[in-house]
Design a protein around this ligand. Structure first.
Ligand code: PMP
Length: 425
């Protein structure tokens, strides 16, 4: 592989062109194994950023892709429909909270978030109210496009870099009570305060249910989510849940909002929607939201991307939904959660560890120091695992098909990194 060309000319995520970090050449992936060009096999701990839930090179997903590509890879969605989109949306609505009835298919997670924000704005416009603010949480993350970034934690997404262009929204304190801790009602004070003061200008609250992912891997108490739903209802504000990372079983429930027994007005999904095969996302809305949006001045929802409802992506996503329908994911994520619950507390004793936490198929080790990315990455590869930390967070969200031996290997690799001071700054 021409790695010199890669280093000189190809931008990787959040990476400098001046001092690019090492990139490991991958030639194939199968099940939970990622194969490097030099023949080394790595046990995957990331599911390619939450997406490859069934593992790589899955026969059912491959068959769906092959079957569809021989019929048509793509056809426009304006004025045209097709079986893969219809069958996918049927399954999606079956899994989703029961109040959601309309599906808007989009390109990526960030675009699904943009779509949800636009829906909320059009909803209030149609009702004759000028509401242009969103209430969201500190430590949240909703994507890298502008509107998504504007509701992402100001420090994490460097709002200061885009000042003057980025719309300014309202940020409440993120919840402090962990998922497994005793609930502390005061967690809701900040949201309550912002809503009571600004509800007339707020179109919607947008947040990640139960786990704030890229903004800190913070796993919080379901009562917080329940409380936010009640506050949205009492102040007449829409609730958008971003389940792009948490959706499709990752937290041990099909959708994380089920931990709190609540339903959103608008739901964003992406990442694992295609089992990690290609990019596709969806924004789901209630009948009330959809009817109000389309009953307004515009007469429709003003969005329609070129690759909307891409048949190839829909066919693979439908096959992924079929795999989820057999329900095996429940036992698998439960087993992974049990393994994390047994293995992670042992790491808590380590001097370099400030906290460990887990939920479903998510395990997090928070270090007291930031990692040295170049060194720790090489260390993990040496240990035969693929784990990609950021800052002080070393976290795992392995494919659901991971064996207990795979999970043990991932945790052992983290322990060995903790014992190597060069892996930290
Ligand atoms: N929302 C959440 C909660 C996410 O974790 C992400 C991706 N990390 C996004 C939105 C953006 O998705 P994408 O990268 O597909 O645009």
């Amino acid at each position: 592989m021409d790695l010199t060309f890669d280093r000189r000319h190809i931008w990787h995520p959040y990476t400098s062109t001046l001092t690019p970090l090492t990139c490991y050449p991958v030639v194939s992936a199968n099940g939970v194994q990622i194969q490097l060009e030099n023949g080394k096999q790595l046990v995957d701990g990331m599911s390619s950023w939450w997406s490859a839930i069934h593992g790589y090179n899955h026969p059912a997903l491959n068959a769906a892709a092959h079957g569809q590509i021989d019929k048509m890879s793509h056809v426009m969605f304006g004025g045209i429909t097709h079986e893969p989109a219809i069958e996918l949306c049927k399954k999606l609505l079956n899994f989703a909270p029961s109040n959601l009835e309309h599906v808007f298919l989009a390109d990526s997670g960030s675009v699904a978030v943009e779509v949800s924000l636009k829906m909320a704005l059009q909803y209030w416009h149609a009702k004759g109210e000028q509401r242009s603010k969103f209430l969201t949480l500190r430590d949240g993350y909703h994507g890298d496009t502008f509107a998504a970034m504007s509701v992402t934690d100001p420090n994490n997404s460097m709002h200061s870099l885009y000042k003057g262009f980025l719309p300014e929204h309202i940020f409440a304190d993120s919840p402090k009570t962990g998922f497994w801790q005793d609930w502390d009602e005061s967690d809701l004070e900040s949201v309550k305060d912002k809503l009571s003061r600004h509800h007339k200008e707020i179109a919607a609250v947008i947040l990640e249910p139960i786990i704030q992912g890229a903004g800190g891997m913070r796993i919080y108490h379901p009562n917080f989510l329940k409380g936010v739903r009640e506050l949205c209802d009492s102040y007449g504000v829409l609730l958008i849940l971003d389940e792009i990372a948490t959706g499709f079983g990752r937290t041990g429930k099909m959708f994380a909002c089920e931990h709190a027994g609540i339903q959103p007005d608008i739901l964003c999904v992406g990442k694992a929607l295609t089992g990690g095969y290609m990019t596709l996302s969806a924004t789901l809305a209630t009948k009330n939201v959809a009817d109000t949006v389309c009953g307004g001045e515009a007469g429709c929802f003003m969005h329609g991307p070129t690759f909307m409802g891409n048949p190839l992506a829909c066919a693979v996503a439908e096959a992924s939904m079929t795999l989820l329908e057999n329900g095996e994911w429940k036992e698998q994520t439960h087993q992974i959660e049990t393994a994390f619950a047994e293995l992670l507390p042992k790491l808590k004793q380590h001097a370099l560890v400030s906290d460990v936490r887990w939920l479903g198929a998510i395990g997090v080790v928070e270090a007291t120091k930031s990692v040295n990315m170049e060194v720790i990455q090489a260390h993990f590869v040496e240990q035969g695992v693929w784990i990609r930390p950021f800052g002080k967070l070393i976290y795992m969200m392995p494919p659901y098909i991971s064996s207990m031996a795979n999970i043990e290997q991932l945790v052992a690799a983290i322990e060995s990194a903790l014992n190597n001071p060069d892996c930290f700054q």
